[in-house]
Design a protein around this ligand. Structure first.
Ligand SMILES: *Cc1c(COP(=O)(O)O)cnc(C)c1O
Length: 449
């Protein structure tokens, strides 16, 4: 007979949660399987912790988003935001579904080429493009989105040197009613800088003024902000046509759509506040349809949505390393993954699900990761079932940014697996080992034995 571990009794104040719109949720639902594959089996086979991606979900959400826009606007092109998740297997699914690549560095550009993307279908964004990066992007006919005047002048010089009219867009920042404004990227709309950049491009004759781009922020739940942004870019395009008899080929609305994760400190959960793809599409396509383009020359609408496409497809599974009581008697859980793997814990209230049924009784608990570092907190305080050492757990909706912003710190990064549409399971990034780390190091002669 198993003897139960003794825990001395504590007296604590009972707290009740603030009820949401639909009352207070009394239970955290278990996640015992993903696409029909038991999570316990996956942890057994591939180790703990473990990132899990669902190919079925990636494709379904991409198709939903694509359909929402294509049913409201005749010319739509999605471009996968590499920095959101640039694992090859993920990118290739998006490219198979028809997405171009949207990259923000020389490294990401190389990864897109490695994934077989035609240079003509790469959108090159960001403030950091070296001259070599720019030369290659000109050679391969990519769309280069100019961030600042220094880059604009460099590009004019390079295009003349190479003797090729590079295809460019300008990134535009603007007041959309979202504060603080994102004005560090691109040229400002209200102060006339954006129009001035267009003048320089048109008058240089060295570049092909192909598009207008904006990315107004991230996790934007205001539909009005997108409507305003679309109207302002449309205005610039129409003004350019009047002034130079030159048609802008595309308007790129960037990304920023919210996912179903709830932001820290938000009163309502994301399921109450996050707009659907249909609502975002209605706001953007509606504004472009009404902007006054002649119907034969509607610009292509490009979208670079990242987190809203992939968040739902990602899971992080792991286990409870220990439970303990803090000095004020609060309960704490130590998990085998922390902010080293779950970077988004800094801004989302992630929900920890048990893998197996647990008792319905909930208690306040703090969730810690395994790092020997005070910052490693996943949740300051949340209602948790009474987990015990060894219990398996899952956090859902972690597909965006975690597999790119994770850090190799104190411990290794784990396996990432993908469950394919036929439910077969594949490692898409191997866990790091001592060799992975040592492979990058070298020892000066005088320190060798
Ligand atoms: C990061 C980024 C995106 C994707 O943003 P999400 O908020 O994940 O949708 C799109 N475009 C640009 C230029 C970006 O920097």
């Amino acid at each position: 007979m198993n003897k139960k571990a003794f825990e001395p009794p504590v007296i604590k104040r009972m707290t009740s949660t603030v009820p949401g719109k639909f009352g207070s949720k009394s239970q955290v639902e278990p996640i015992s399987s993903i696409d029909g594959v038991p999570v316990a089996d996956l942890l057994e086979k591939f180790g703990s912790p473990l990132f899990i991606l669902s190919e079925k979900t990636i494709r379904r959400v991409h198709q939903d988003a694509s359909e929402a826009f294509k049913s409201r606007y005749p010319k739509v092109q999605l471009a996968w935001s590499y920095k959101t998740n640039y694992l090859d297997a993920v990118c290739r699914i998006y490219h198979q579904e028809g997405s171009w690549a949207e990259v923000v560095s020389g490294f990401e550009y190389e990864k897109a080429l490695h994934n077989g993307v035609d240079g003509k279908r790469i959108i090159f964004n960001g403030p950091d493009k070296s001259e070599n990066d720019l030369r290659r992007a000109i050679d391969l006919d990519s769309y280069i989105h100019i961030d600042h005047f220094d880059e604009l002048f460099t590009l004019i010089r390079l295009a003349r040197e190479i003797g090729k009219r590079s295809r460019v867009a300008i990134r535009v920042n603007m007041d959309t009613g979202i504060y603080p404004k994102w004005d560090r990227f691109g040229f400002n709309f209200e102060n006339g800088e954006a129009a001035q950049a267009i003048d320089l491009i048109m008058e240089s004759g060295a570049l092909e003024m192909a598009g207008l781009h904006t990315h107004i922020g991230t996790y934007i739940i205001s539909l009005g902000a997108y409507r305003i942004a679309a109207e302002k870019l449309a205005r610039l395009a129409i003004d350019t046509d009047r002034k130079y008899q030159h048609k802008i080929k595309y308007i790129d609305m960037g990304g920023g759509f919210a996912s179903m994760n709830t932001l820290k400190g938000a009163y309502h959960t994301a399921s109450d506040t996050t707009p659907s793809f249909d609502q975002y599409a209605e706001a953007i396509a509606g504004a472009l349809q009404k902007a006054g383009f002649d119907q034969g020359h509607l610009p292509v609408l490009i979208l670079e949505t990242g987190r809203a496409l992939i968040d739902e497809a990602g899971y992080l599974a792991g286990q409870v390393l220990a439970t303990k009581r803090l000095s004020d008697s609060r309960r704490a859980l130590i998990l085998d993954f922390g902010v080293n793997l779950l970077f988004t814990a800094f801004w989302y209230d992630h929900v920890l699900h048990p893998v197996e049924e647990v008792s319905g009784f909930l208690d306040e608990a703090t969730l810690y990761g395994p790092l020997c570092m005070n910052i490693d907190v996943l949740r300051e305080q949340t209602q948790m079932p009474l987990f015990r050492k060894g219990d398996k757990v899952v956090i859902s909706k972690v597909g965006a940014y975690n597999m790119t912003q994770w850090m190799q710190f104190i411990t290794y990064r784990p396996n990432v697996i993908m469950i394919a549409e036929d439910n077969s399971v594949h490692i898409i990034r191997r866990a790091e080992t001592l060799e992975t780390i040592l492979g990058q190091e070298s020892l000066p002669e005088h320190l060798k034995p």
